[in-house]
Design a protein around this ligand. Structure first.
Ligand code: ARG
Ligand code: ZN
Length: 472
């Protein structure tokens, strides 16, 4: 979503007057239109995201057939040009073949270059001026590719025994919809999915209309009003048992659980309302219009993901994993990492929060979790390395050091500054950076500011030095 809303008048008479234009260029920020960058500059994922525009809204109209795994889509993308653009990219895997693109209602030229796997290059009939809002419509279809990540795990639109498990962290979203796949370009979403009657398709946010069945196909419409990073979108499909309710604090929730998993999921899901309300009491208002969970049998995936409003689980969730994914709604989904190297601001916080849920609900205290991990000596690479402040490589972003050493960091901070100050830091962070992006450095300076303490040494030994911290 665009934070800047100033408008620059469209350049009239783009051709000719080269000399006059040269003077203009020298004297003012008005420049000739050029192509937007191919990537948004993330060192771990250089092709991810694009330059030159900011998306405000995605309208995805999808149809998926489990019998063939074919996905057909029309994506309507409303965006704001942050530079004058002769062309721009969207991220979309080439396995999904684009058949037409329009920009502002006019047919646009496009290519899906073989060398650039995930770039859809769009050249509008007329250049876009900096400050223009524009609508791009992309029609595409194919078998969504399953993406293998640098850490060996899989993501994207992943077929399961009875549907599709749809996840996009850190790079699966362009395997099912065209997007500006950078965590810094959040947008609102309307996702409409048509599946064979009997199936349920579940996406982020709230249901916008009653499901409608025609000729044996049912259409589900979902709306995510609050800003969402592209990697947090889902459109998962199965024969779900759907249950709705409200937390005692008033947050509506929806769970979608495969029938075979309802019994095993029940103990954890029964605590979902209390968890949402508890985290609200600690971190501040729940950032979205609803909460929930999606539970599927997806052993090939093997990890849960904090898909916005409805985290998704590849099997019946345990209580701590559910707490982790719900805490991500504040830390990760509302306050989102800026670059992938900043993964600690997502994972360290969600993991510590799951410890805190345990403490608050009568289980082991967060300090007991800390003490347990702290009993491992410095030779345990799995726990202490790579350092949470920058795990160094895309293959390491989900390492235990980011999660557990990362959670220990927050517990150590809690002890160092005291509960009153510590919870003020967390609540201030969640509230002041709501719907934004943040780096590790942003948090360390925020904590120092709120606590009025010099935390340089503290954060250095906990987040940046490779060895197990010994004094802080
Ligand atoms: N963010 C997820 C969590 O809550 C983990 C995602 C792992 N993704 C992956 N491609 N390995 O822990
Ligand atoms: Zn997590």
């Amino acid at each position: 979503m665009a934070r800047i809303s100033f408008r620059v008048p469209r350049l009239i008479g783009r051709s000719g007057m080269a000399a006059a234009l040269a003077v203009l260029v020298a004297a003012s920020p008005v420049a000739a239109a050029s192509p937007g960058a191919t990537g948004a500059g993330d060192p771990y994922f250089p092709l991810q995201g694009n330059g030159g525009y900011d998306v405000g809204h995605y309208g995805l109209n999808l149809r998926w057939d489990p019998a063939t795994d074919r996905l057909d889509g029309v994506a309507t993308i409303q965006a704001f040009a942050t530079q004058s653009l002769s062309a721009f990219d969207l991220d979309l895997r080439r396995d999904l073949v684009v058949t037409s693109v329009s920009v502002n209602g006019e047919r646009a030229a496009f290519t899906q270059p073989a060398l650039l796997q995930q770039e859809l290059v769009v050249r509008p009939r007329h250049s876009l001026a900096k400050g223009d809002t524009f609508t791009a419509v992309v029609t595409y279809g194919g078998i969504p590719p399953v993406i293998t990540d640098p850490d060996g795990s899989i993501e994207g639109w992943v077929p399961t025994a009875d549907g599709a498990f749809v996840v996009g962290e850190p790079q699966g979203s362009p395997a099912w919809y065209p997007c500006n796949d950078t965590p810094t370009d959040k947008a609102a979403f309307d996702v409409t999915i048509t599946v064979p009657a009997g199936y349920t398709a579940v996406s982020n946010g709230e249901m916008r209309a009653r499901p409608a069945t025609r000729y044996g196909w049912t259409t589900f419409s979902w709306r995510q009003r609050q800003p969402m990073a592209t990697y947090l979108a889902t459109a998962s499909v199965s024969h779900f048992v759907v249950t709705t309710g409200r937390t005692p604090g008033g947050i509506p929730w929806t769970t979608a659980v495969e029938p075979a998993l309802t019994a095993d999921s029940a103990p954890a899901l029964a605590k979902l309302p209390a968890m949402v309300d508890y985290f609200t009491s600690v971190f501040g208002p729940y950032p979205f219009g609803s909460a929930g969970a999606i539970v599927m049998d997806a052993p090939a995936i093997g990890y849960a993901l904090e898909t916005q409003t409805k985290p998704i689980f590849p099997g019946a969730p345990d209580e701590l994993t559910l707490a982790h994914e719900l805490a991500h709604q504040w830390f990760g989904d509302s306050v989102t990492l800026r670059r992938w190297s900043d993964i600690w601001v997502n994972e360290g916080f969600a993991e510590w929060s799951s410890w805190m849920w345990s403490e608050a609900s009568g289980g082991d205290s967060a300090q007991a979790f800390f003490d347990y991990y702290n009993s491992f000596d410095n030779t345990n690479d799995w726990l202490w390395r790579p350092v949470p402040a920058d795990p160094g490589d895309a293959a390491n972003i989900f390492n235990s050091a980011v999660y557990e050493r990362g959670a220990m960091t927050l517990q150590a901070l809690r002890v160092k500054v005291g509960d009153e100050t510590f919870f003020r830091i967390l609540r201030g962070w969640a509230t002041q950076l709501r719907y934004g992006n943040a780096s590790v450095e942003d948090f360390t300076s925020f904590a120092a500011r709120v606590s009025h303490q010099d935390l340089t040494h503290f954060f250095d030994v906990w987040l940046r030095q490779p060895d197990k911290p010994t004094s802080w």
